[in-house]
Each structure stands twice: as C-alpha cells, then as structure tokens.
Design a protein around this ligand. Structure first.
Ligand code: SF4
Length: 356
C-alpha cells in the first residue's frame, strides 16, 4: 500500500492539489496561445483524454489576453507559464489564469515580484515555483555544483530560495517542481525536497524524449516517486501529441493502483502460435477503447488455445486463428465467428458494453 506524503493543499480553479486530493494529471498545449481556436481545439482533445489541468505558454501580451477567450470555452483549469516578464504574469491572472508557473527569482527583483504576488493574492491564484537543471542560479551552481543523482542540492536550493522569496511577501499558495532530464537526479531531488518542504509537489522529468524513451524515463522516475508517496500532480513530458502524455499518465497511475480511468486493455505479445494479424486488430481495438469510459478489462490475444486462459481475468476478450475468431468473457467462450468478422463483432460488443 502506498502511504502518501502529507502536503498542504492548494486549488487550481476547482482542482485540489496536495493533501488528500487525487493525484492530478496535467499537460501543456503546444499551439500558439494567441491562436484561440487552435488552442481550444487541443485543450478539448486533452479534456476528452482525461487531462485535469492545462498549462499554456504566455510569450507576450496578446497570449496573456487570449487566456480570457480560451477559458470561456474550456472546462479544466488553466495555468499560465511565464518566464522573466512580471507584466505578463499579472496580465495572465487578470485574464483569468487559475495558476501561474514562474521562477520568482528571474522576474527582476522584489518590486516586480511583489506586483505578481499582489495579483496572485487578489485573484486567488497559486504559483508554481518551477525550476529545472537549466535554470539554476550561477551562485548555487558554484556552491553546490550541477545537480546529479548523488548531489541534487543546487536544484533543491534554487527551488527553496524561490519559495522563500514568495514567503517573504506573505504568499504561501505554492507548489514546487524541480525537474531534471536525468531520471535518477529527478528521483533523488524530489526525495530530498519532500523531506524539506510540505508544499505540494508537481513531479516530472523534463525533456524526457519521444514516446518510447519519454514514457520509460518518466515512468521510472515518477513510478518510483509515486510509489514512495511523493508527488501531488504531474506531467509526463513527451515530444509528441500532448494527448499521449495524458494516456501515459493514467496508465502509470493505473499500474500503481492509484487511480483508474476508463477501460484497461491487455494484449499478448504474440509468439509462434499467433495465426492472425494481431497487431492491426489490437491497434483498432485500442483506438476504440481510448474513447470508452466504462471501467472494463479488455483482452486481445493471439491464439484460441492459450488466449482465453491467459486472459481469464479480462471482462471481454478476443482470440483467433485458422479462419476462426472467438470472443470470450472471463475466460469462457461467448461467441464464435469467422476470423474475417472478428474485429467488427468485437467492436460491436464493446459498444454494447459502453452503452449499458
Ligand atoms: S496468447 Fe497465444 S499467441 Fe499470444 S503469447 Fe500466448 S500463446 Fe502466444
């Protein structure tokens, strides 16, 4: 059983982060935020996939102003991601951003920071102090060195220094992230940080890579941390359609038995006994399963001899070979069809389950 580390709770719009709230899955758009239609379209797809918090990059005043129009059309809370320019942070909050991500130390001094803090207090907007290996202040790098798995101190100190700047201004609606592109540095950094602060943690590996490398790196780092009860919200960073980040995120939570969303698809790896084109069948089934909400276990298996037995915990599954296809429920034969009709019949059965 996972014992969650106790953190304070903050709210990004209507989503609670930290405390006993569910670990939320978030993503970031890769559209031009000023292009409201494109940004809303991407957020809608992310919402359908289960995204619970969305972050958009705010590069200029027009992007900050676009937040108002974007928010009118979306259902999930929006965080504005800002670097350096305190005016953009204030403008984003005035436009309706429900959270901001900044590095307080790079806004140009206490006066500018206090303007951001005043706006955050007035609009009840929490701030994510988001540092990563590339943004660590020079003096900290000099004192503690570049962060490594054995010594992530500069990363942690940078975050805590930024947190103190906010606390000095009487602001504590904070969450923290300390991302590294190195899996082990990420793990040891968050492990140490979690003993030093009880602000909620946004965990993630930065610049993790494409679908396979990024999924593996993020799953190793976040899987270990979440299993140790560390982490209140996260983003899986992938060089890919952000919808994939959400899918990977929920699979990660499912595999740790932390949260479940929609059906679970299991499929056999295929072997010399496979006598059907399982890859394309699995792909078609997966496409439909990703649109389902029902919490069922669906199996796609490569042979009728072993498939039903190997997947007997599945609520419904298919297997086929030698011109014959079968559909089974909890390992027991339910329907026998021609192999050519197997996919269509199976999808019909899934549609019935979804509609029931
Ligand atoms: S279900 Fe059949 S095809 Fe798939 S791995 Fe098992 S034995 Fe091989």
């Amino acid at each position: 059983m996972i014992l969650r580390r106790q953190t304070r709770q903050i709210h990004i719009g209507n989503v609670a982060v930290g405390g006993n709230s569910p670990i939320s899955v978030q993503s970031m758009t890769n559209t031009d935020t000023r292009d409201v239609a494109a940004t809303v379209a991407q957020i809608e797809k992310l919402q359908d996939a289960g995204c619970e918090i969305i972050r958009v990059a705010v590069l200029d005043k027009d992007a900050a102003l676009a937040i108002k129009k974007i928010r009118e059309k979306i259902l999930i809370p929006l965080i504005a991601d800002i670097h350096f320019d305190h005016r953009l942070a204030v403008a984003a909050m005035e436009s309706g951003a429900q959270g901001i991500r900044i590095n307080p130390g790079n806004l140009g001094g206490p006066e500018k920071l206090s303007k951001v803090v005043d706006a955050a207090k007035a609009h009840k907007v929490p701030i994510r102090v988001g540092v990563n290996s590339g943004s660590i202040e020079k003096d900290l790098l000099k004192e503690f060195g570049y962060p490594t798995e054995d010594n992530p101190k500069s990363l942690i100190e940078s975050a805590l220094r930024n947190v103190r700047l906010l606390e000095k201004q009487g602001f504590e609606e904070i969450k923290i992230s300390i991302k590294s592109s190195d899996t082990l540095t990420c793990i040891s950094g968050y492990q140490q940080l979690s003993t030093l602060s009880d602000y909620p943690l946004h965990i993630g590996v930065t610049e993790a890579g494409g679908l396979i490398a990024g999924t593996v790196k993020s799953s190793v780092a976040l899987g270990i941390l979440l299993h140790q009860g560390i982490g209140d919200t996260f983003r899986i960073s992938l060089t890919r359609d952000p919808v994939e980040e959400i899918r990977v995120g929920f699979e990660l939570l499912r595999s740790l038995k932390i949260r479940e969303r929609g059906p679970e698809l299991i499929s056999c790896p295929t072997c010399g006994r496979t006598q059907i084109d399982l890859f394309s069948i699995a792909e078609e089934v997966e496409k439909y399963v990703q649109t389902m909400q029902k919490k069922v276990k669906v199996a796609v298996m490569g042979c009728v001899v072993n498939g039903p037995g190997e997947a007997k915990e599945a609520d419904i599954g298919l297997a086929g070979g030698n011109g014959v296809g079968i559909i089974f429920k909890k390992g027991v034969l339910y329907k026998k069809v021609k192999e050519d009709d197997l996919l269509e019949t199976f999808l019909d059965e899934l549609k019935k389950i979804e509609a029931s």
